[in-house]
Design a protein around this ligand. Structure first.
Ligand SMILES: [Zn+2]
Length: 60
């Protein structure tokens, strides 16, 4: 798995972020936040995300 350096989105089988289109991905990340309902999620507010998905908490 890789995480997008731009938006933290976690990518499983791709070399491009499906969320923002960036190709700057990192294999070194820690922590995964899964957002199901961005409008109600405290994690989504904390991370500043508006769409559901899996996000890395920290990218090195
Ligand atoms: Zn992205």
């Amino acid at each position: 798995m890789k995480a997008c350096k731009q938006c933290n989105f976690i990518i499983k089988n791709d070399n491009k972020c499906p969320a923002c289109g960036s190709t700057e991905l990192s294999e070194k990340f820690s922590g995964i936040a899964i957002i199901f309902d961005a409008e109600k999620s405290e994690v989504a507010k904390y991370l500043g995300k508006k769409s559901p998905g899996e996000y890395a908490l920290k990218i090195e």
